[in-house]
Design a binder for this molecule. Sequence first.
Ligand code: UDX
Length: 455
Amino acid sequence: MRVTVIGSGYVGLVTGACLADVGNDVLCLDVDPAKIALLEAGGICIYEPGLDEIIKRNVEAGRLRFTTDVRRAVEFGTLQLIAVGTPADEDGSADLQYVLGAARNVGKYMNDYKVVVDKSTVPVGTAAKVNAVILAELERRGLEIEFSVVSNPEFLKEGGAIDDFMRPDRIVIGSDDQNAIHIMRTLYAPFQRKHDRLLIMDTRSAELTKYAANAMLATRISFMNELALLSEKLGTDIELIRQGIGSDLRIGWHFLYPGCGYGGSCFPKDIQALLRTAAGVGEELKVLAAVDQANERQKSVLVDKVVARFGEDLTGRRFALWGLSFKPDTDDMREAPSRVIIAALLRLGACVVAYDPAAIDESRRIFGGGDDRLSYADYPMVALDGADALIIVTEWKEFRSPDFQTIKAKLKTPIIFDGRNIFDLHDDGLKGIEYFGIGRVSGMRELVFERVEQC
Ligand code: UDX
């Protein structure tokens, strides 16, 4: 099939590359000539494991092309996939100017039947708006051309997007047009696994499904984070409780990991947008508002622990910080807890030496080169030299089994603040280290060892 992807950002590129990889002819459009030039030269401006190889393979095979030419892009594909950004407006609602701009261009240049697909995360009612904008353009041109608008939200996770696209849990198709549904079914046939993954519904329900999924996942995290705070007060270990409840099939294991807060380009933004949508129809989503508040608080828990240990004035203190991205396998620092933590430590007078496998450039862009109290190390262990403590913010795999002897030797005082609970309290390496996790009381490790020794 001939597919045009409008918007060559994260979602657009992953979608375009994966659709080309199963044999479609794909043309990706973007307004940014520098981005398109880079892609045409075989480069890529985002960090996503596996994406560069897929792009390269399909560009070489002639199935994946890039352009800034809007007319050419609209004329090219029977399918027009809209994958542009929906940033937050001032009041938190989703800003639809790019989505509706894309729709306008489709209406302006289309000359034959099109299936216009909303892949962007858009509020309920957007498919109808897209439809109206295209109709208005066609009317302006004095043309009557058939088209269909389909809602097909993406559920891609950064760092795992290729796998999510290639092996989806489900594919949500919002449409009541049988011809468009047939085309969408054909498009997604290569990604169906043993049983039918397609869920056909009306466009409005499809639009809400995306927000509901993210809201539910964020709710689980904030619930666990609150329970972790309670756990610290009660002297219980949240990791044991996580295992105790996750083994209940009705609850399941996913998204139960307490930490120093969720971030990224989706959860925080989508929750605000859903709260605004609800407010717009006179509903107050009290649970979701609390989820958001709990997360804001959670981003500060590591700093609270540092202050409880070292006092309010951190002047002259130096902290090693492992992990800048909002989660592993990405260089994305949007809404990342590390931003709040670094800003707070600097405000309290401390120096920070940060290490991240992918996000150091991004951090430099955000924090600028101005503050000599924030510096970066090329290797995780180098960040520890002369530091008062180690703070772990992101659970990159390479942090999970460090050489604890080296950590002890390099730190001024052997203290670890672990914002992702990446270590097992039974790990012998932790002996002699003051260890502060999330939802695990300080000194609990010694307690565990005593109990084990007593047994
Ligand atoms: C999310 C959704 O998972 C995806 O389906 C949607 O399309 C976009 O939003 P993403 O933002 O890439 O994807 O990251 P995700 O892996 O969901 O993690 C979001 C945040 O939650 C991260 O900051 C992560 O550290 C945090 N998290 C996740 C937890 O704190 N605990 C968990 O148990 C899981």
